[in-house]
Design a binder for this molecule. Structure first.
Ligand code: TSX
Ligand code: MN
Length: 595
């Protein structure tokens, strides 16, 4: 062992896992640059990583075709009673699940090194930070954790002899017999994959997958599922939200936290360049926010991560120039295509198609090929400090004071561009009923409406009915200092099927209206669903939008909204007795307002 382990709990845990998993070697990570480089060199030598000639210190990985995304069907919230996990989570009793997984873990690291990865979610030593230790047999996980979390021997120092941490056990589930040749992306078959959470003991066990949120356990597993359960117990919030700072031409700062389901362009919004003159947008985080009531009585947010694990396809200088500049060097790419001159490529990166590529499966690709060159869920991993619009306060241990919450979804019809909640309670209703139409990026049929409350459906580590109640409770604690809540839809289409709103940089116009509402500078129009911009209040200067388009974009059709009610009712019914009465009240009030 390169580092001495002084922490008693960690010492015992390493010994226990060593006995069960039987690795050939144990390596304690220190998070150093040298460690990253030597680990990456080993990955190159073994054929797992391809260095990119065109991008300094950047590497391409190709996963096994069966291991390309989070596996929600194989993700479990394991609480003593199933009711605690609730209707949105898969559940198996802790003893049974541990039994199944212990059998899988037996000897699962044979022929491999067991890496012990001490990491902090949030700035090391920040009062809002949490310490995790991931044990993994995947060197790919180690290098990704270096970018996405704060991996450091300082974390072990901070733990001392009896400090507490969240144990995150991970194995790819692919032991090597003596003499057995390794494959490029070892993993286990789908029926052996388990992503398990034990929120009653702050414990994560993951088996069988090496990809993303299944394997980088600091992110979805710790910072969302386990943290959400801790937050409920301790009176704070762990949310699937981007954080950004908007600065007005007068120099006034507004901090926004926003939740969107997948395929709504959350990372694009987090790094947006405003089209409105004099407005500035800075990124604090693109995926996760931890929010606590500070001594000033306001909600302060930190981004617990230290990097971006972003979807590559669709990212371009047109959709997200700041992300493109973030990934110019020091990047890990996964399941992107490889160009002949040694660069990465993906669908939606540029207008022109290369005449030849190696696709994400390692096969030749030409524009005549039927399949995509990059996998739809191909990723870049890059350190947040490389983002040109990263906020100087992104690592402030005290966080930033949140003024505004935004919820949203992708709706071709019905939902207007922007509206404001009447109250905190109404805002919680908007979050709880948030919905998005499925796109090609989702599995299954395109265009189906899917409820994804607070964009947390896959990430809430306890009963979601209780989660809604927790939001009401937080509102009561915050009182007049609670952030204002808004709902947006960038994706409304006209009758003839064209997007009515230009989106992207022009979303700054919507954010400006939101800021002016927060400042009480302007009024708003009452509607059945919430407060809408008064005509002329949305800054459309320099846009060539037909006034009919704006009308259509902002319109609230009472009959269409009435038709939404049965689906909301059915959605609420799934939470049964755990549904807060306040949400039923909100639904009845909406029904009354619709007349
Ligand atoms: O990310 C998006 N945002 C948020 C940006 C800050 N996307 C991409 C979603 C896929 C992940 C959007 N797509 C947005 C948006 O606001 N809006 C749209 C729809 C749209 C697409 C193309 C155009 C306009 C709107 N093109 C032209 O108008 C030329
Ligand atoms: Mn996410």
């Amino acid at each position: 062992m390169s580092i001495e382990v002084k922490n008693m709990k960690l010492h015992a845990w390493i010994a226990e896992i060593k006995t069960i998993c039987q690795p050939d070697a144990i390596y304690i990570c220190d998070g150093s640059r040298q460690e990253y480089d030597s680990m990456m060199q080993k990955l190159i030598d073994s054929g797992s990583a391809t260095p990119l000639k065109k991008r300094k210190n950047s590497f391409l990985f190709r996963s096994d075709p069966s291991d390309v995304a989070r596996v929600e069907d194989r993700t479990y919230i394991s609480t003593t009673s199933q009711d605690e996990a609730g209707p949105t989570n898969n559940w198996v009793a802790p003893a049974e699940l541990k039994g199944i997984m212990k059998d899988l873990y037996k000897g699962c690291m044979k022929g491999r090194t067991m890496y012990v990865i001490p990491f902090s979610m949030g700035p090391i030593g920040s009062p809002m930070a949490k310490i995790g230790i991931e044990i993994s047999d995947s060197p790919y996980v180690v290098v990704n954790m270096h970018l996405m979390t704060r991996v450091s021997s300082k974390v072990l120092e901070l733990l001392g002899t009896d400090g507490d941490f969240i144990p995150c056990l991970h194995s790819i589930g692919a032991p090597l017999e003596p003499g057995q040749k390794d494959v490029q992306w070892p993993c286990a078959p789908i029926e052996q994959k388990y992503i398990s959470h034990f929120p009653e003991e702050n414990l994560i066990w993951s088996y069988g997958s090496g990809y993303g949120g299944n394997a980088l356990l600091g992110k979805k597993c710790l910072a969302l599922r386990i943290a959400s359960a801790m937050a409920k117990r301790e009176g704070w919030l762990a949310e699937h939200m981007l954080i950004l700072r908007l600065t007005s031409p007068e120099g006034k700062q507004y901090h926004i936290a926003a939740a969107f389901p997948s395929a709504c362009g959350k990372t694009n919004l987090a790094m947006m360049l405003p089209s409105l003159k004099g407005w500035k947008c800075e990124c604090i985080g693109d995926d996760i926010a931890w929010l606590k009531i500070a001594p000033d009585g306001r909600l302060h947010a930190i981004n617990p991560e230290s990097g971006f694990f972003g979807v590559a396809p669709g990212t371009s200088y047109a959709t997200n120039p700041m992300a493109m500049d973030t990934v110019r060097e020091n990047v890990i790419f996964t399941n992107c295509a490889l160009t002949d001159d040694g660069d990465v490529w993906w669908e939606g990166m540029e207008a022109e198609l290369p005449s030849h590529l190696i696709d994400w499966k390692g096969h030749d690709w030409t524009p005549e090929s039927k399949a995509d060159a990059a996998h739809a869920n191909a990723r870049f991993t890059a350190h947040a400090s490389q983002c040109p619009v990263i906020c100087k306060d992104w690592e402030n241990p005290a966080g930033v004071p949140i003024d505004i919450f935004i919820f949203g979804g992708r709706r071709t019809s019905v939902v207007p561009l922007v509206y404001e909640a009447f109250s905190w309670e109404h805002g919680v209703f908007l979050g709880a009923t948030a919905a998005s139409e499925t796109t090609a990026a989702n599995i299954g049929a395109v265009g189906n409406l899917r409820r994804d409350p607070f964009a947390m459906k896959p990430f809430c580590g306890y009963n979601m009915g209780d989660y809604f109640q927790h939001w009401f409770n937080m509102g009561e604690k915050l009182g007049s200092k609670a952030p204002k809540i808004f709902y947006v839809n960038w994706f409304r289409k006209s009758q003839d099927g064209k997007f009515l709103w230009p989106g992207f940089s022009d979303n700054s116009r919507v954010l400006k209206w939101i800021c002016e509402r927060v400042d009480g500078k302007i009024g708003a129009e009452n509607s059945a669903i919430g407060l809408l911009p008064n005509e002329g209040d949305l800054d459309l200067s320099g846009l060539t939008l037909q006034s009919e388009s704006i009308k259509e974009l902002m319109s609230v059709n009472v009959d269409e909204w009435k038709a939404e009610l049965p689906d909301i009712e059915a959605h609420f019914a799934t939470f049964d007795k755990r549904l807060p009465a306040k949400l039923k009240d909100q639904l009845e009030e909406l029904r009354k307002r619709l007349g």
